[in-house]
Structure formats: C-alpha cells, structure tokens
Design a protein around this ligand. Structure first.
Ligand SMILES: *[C@@H]1O[C@H](CO)[C@@H](O)[C@H](O)[C@H]1NC(C)=O
Ligand SMILES: *[C@@H]1O[C@H](CO)[C@@H](O)[C@H](O)[C@H]1NC(C)=O
Ligand SMILES: *[C@@H]1O[C@H](CO)[C@@H](O)[C@H](O)[C@H]1NC(C)=O
Length: 359
C-alpha cells in the first residue's frame, strides 16, 4: 500500500535533491573526472552525426533540457546527468564526438544509442558505436591524456581516481535477441546461454577498461525491459501482469550473471572496485505511489516512435516513459539519486556511487 508518509518522504527526498541541483554544489566535485560508456540511456549526442534511426537531436527530445535537443534520449536529464550533478560537477560530461582539449581530463561520454555488448546489436537501426568501438575511443582519449599530462604514468595516476559508469546490454535484448526475424541469437542460445555469452564478452570488455586505467567502476544492471511500451506493444502483457514477464525473466539472468562477474572482478583485481547498480529493483518501485499516472505508454508517441516535432504529453512528471523505450527525466531523477545514494540495501552491491567516489 502506498502510504501517505511514504509519499511525503519521497517528496522530501526529491525536494532536497532538486534544491541541491538548482543551487549547484559548493567546491570541487567528489571525483575529479567521470567517464561514461553505454547505450541510449547514457548517450549525450554521440549519434548525432551518424546515419541511424537511433538519433534524437530534434524536438520534442530535450524539451525540458537547458540546452534543448542535444541527442539525449529523454525530455530532460538522463541518469548519468543526474549522477554527474550529484557528484558536484557544474557541467555535464561532454560526448566523445565533440569533446576536445583539456576538458577531456574531467571525463568523456562514449555512450551510443542502439549499441550493445555484441557488435551486431542495433544494426537494424543503422550506425552505432558498439561497446568494443567505445573502448577504442576511450583508448584514443587515454593517449590524448598521456600527451596532456606528459607521461603514461601521470595519465594512469589521473585515471585511477576517475569514476566510470557502464550501462550496456539492453540492446543485446531489444535490438537483437528479441528480434528473431532479424537476428539468429534466439535460435542459437537459450536465455540462460545468451546471458552467459553476453557476460563472458562483457567481462573481456571490462578487463580492457581496467587495463587502460579504470579503477572505480559502477556497472548498471538492466532495467525492466519487459515493461517498456514497445515490448508491450509487440508481445502484449503476460496474464496477470503489466509487463512481458518472459522478457524480464531473461533480463534477470543477465543481471544475476553480472553480479557474479562483479564478485569475481573484485576478487581478481584488488586494486579496483566494481559495483552493481540494481536498476531492475529500483525500477520495480511502485511509481503510482509517487505521482506517476501513466507507466505503460510514452509521453511522446505512446507505444510508437516519438517523431520529430510531435507534441508530447503536457505533464511530463506524470509519465514514467518519455518515449517507447526511455524513461522521463522525472524517473531519471529517482534512479540517479538511488544509484548515487542507496535507499534500500538492494539498490547497489556492494556499494553505492557516493561511497565509490570517496574511495
Ligand atoms: C501501486 O500503488 C497504487 C497507488 O498507491 C496502488 O493502487 C496499486 O495497487 C499499487 N500497485 C502495485 C502493483 O502494488
Ligand atoms: C578470476 O580468477 C579466477 C582464478 O584464476 C579465474 O578462474 C576467473 O576466470 C577470473 N575471473 C575473471 C572475471 O577474470
Ligand atoms: C503534474 O503532475 C504532478 C504529479 O501528478 C502534479 O503534482 C503536478 O501538480 C502536475 N502539474 C501540472 C502543471 O499539472
């Protein structure tokens, strides 16, 4: 039951958060640099010049963002924007596509809409920067940092203190495994085998990131993909559920594998800290209790694409989804806040981002 005091508590949390964000934070950020890898949930404009359907640098995307449409797949701030603000940064992390000069010392965002752990994921949408290519771009940045700081060891010392967040894997389901007409993976792998294959590949990618200096890494678990309007439109809700349960079951196998991988990585690389952000659990929050009225349709486009110049819903804070895949800024504020500072023991494992930042 959604109790009234729970609502009041949440409103207080949100008000506190909003006032902190509006007043900016005093002094230096809690980490001197923040690097971001991932997909559309983190992209801040890397796809703008690519030939792809996964590109949103037009209104109504960005309608609530200070700079308007930037390529963010949201009406306003993404989860990584919220995390950057909570860490005390006074500007958002620039996309790799346009970041130049010494600003790269403070961090770069490599995330690309449509991208996945597997190279082929998202190819139905057009060009995208896969996780493997994002790692190549990151290596380009590392060599630029070597040049700026004068030596490899100075660069390594700098990077060791930076925060990294990685949010990838959704498109390996949405734009791969769940599209049997276009991809063979669902015939080649059971859900269990697929999750295992993804985790194996992700493990190699994370070790590459470690090899290039990353020591503080927060890895985003996959959310409730089976509750996204697009999946509801394609497959229909399961009996007695608001979501496509088989999809959520498959996604949970990935998340379980990711938690084991994180345990393994923390054991094997004792000079690094990897942590898991449980967006599946955080996303299971009953949003109705927090003023959200529509949770099964996008504010823009309903269950279909949010097209250029379309008119979105009036009150964006009543919708959980901005478009058929992506959450609204209102939801991202909750997600970012809980990733930064856990509100239940299951939100982050073993530590939240505020703790990781202080290590
Ligand atoms: C969520 O909260 C709303 C309003 O507080 C309530 O009516 C609804 O039954 C809850 N849903 C679930 C699945 O608990
Ligand atoms: C960690 O080390 C163990 C023992 O050497 C090895 O079996 C395992 O594959 C390693 N895990 C990772 C993720 O590197
Ligand atoms: C928008 O929705 C929220 C949550 O239901 C509500 O508190 C607020 O008053 C609404 N704002 C407007 C302008 O309707």
């Amino acid at each position: 039951m959604a109790s009234t005091h729970q609502k009041i508590w949440w409103s207080t949390v949100l008000l506190f958060l909003l006032s902190n964000l509006q007043h900016g934070t005093l002094g230096d950020p809690q980490v001197s640099c923040y690097f971001i890898l991932g997909d559309s949930l983190s992209d801040s404009g890397n796809n703008n010049a690519l030939s792809t359907l996964a590109k949103v640098n037009y209104l109504p995307y960005g309608i609530d963002f200070p700079q308007g449409p930037t390529g963010r797949f949201c009406n306003g701030r993404t989860v990584v924007d919220v995390i950057a603000e909570l860490l005390g940064f006074n500007s958002f992390v620039p996309p790799f596509a346009t970041a130049e000069g010494e600003v790269i010392l403070k961090g770069v965002n490599y995330a690309s809409g449509g991208s996945g752990i597997r190279d082929e994921s998202g190819q139905n949408l057009g060009d995208r920067i896969s996780m493997n290519e994002q790692l190549e771009n990151y290596q380009t940045t590392v060599s630029q940092i070597n040049d700026i700081l004068g030596s490899d060891s100075a660069a390594a010392t700098h990077l060791n203190k930076c925060l990294f967040t990685v949010g990838i894997g959704s498109n390996d389901y949405i734009n791969n495994y769940l599209m049997p007409d276009l991809y063979p993976t669902s015939r080649l792998y059971t859900p269990d085998q697929y999750a295992e294959a993804l985790i194996e590949q992700y493990s190699q990618q994370l070790k590459t990131l470690y090899g290039y200096g990353a020591r503080k890494l927060a890895l985003f678990g996959l959310g409730l993909i089976g509750c996204a309007p697009t999946e509801l439109a394609s497959f229909g809700p399961s009996p007695g559920s608001n979501c496509v349960d088989t999809i959520n079951d498959a996604v949970r196998l990935f998340n379980t594998g990711l938690v084991s991988l994180i345990d393994d990585l923390n054991k094997n690389f004792s000079d690094a800290k990897f942590t898991y952000i449980n967006f599946y659990e955080i996303g299971s929050t009953n949003l109705t209790a927090f003023g959200f009225k529509v949770t099964n349709m996008g504010c823009c486009g309903g269950q279909n694409a949010c097209l250029r110049s379309s008119t979105p819903c009036q009150n964006r804070s009543e919708y959980a989804f901005w478009d058929q895949f992506h959450s609204t800024e209102a939801v991202n504020l909750i997600f970012g806040q809980r990733a930064y500072k856990s509100q239940t023991p299951s939100d982050a494992y073993p530590i939240d981002i505020s703790t990781l930042a202080q290590l």
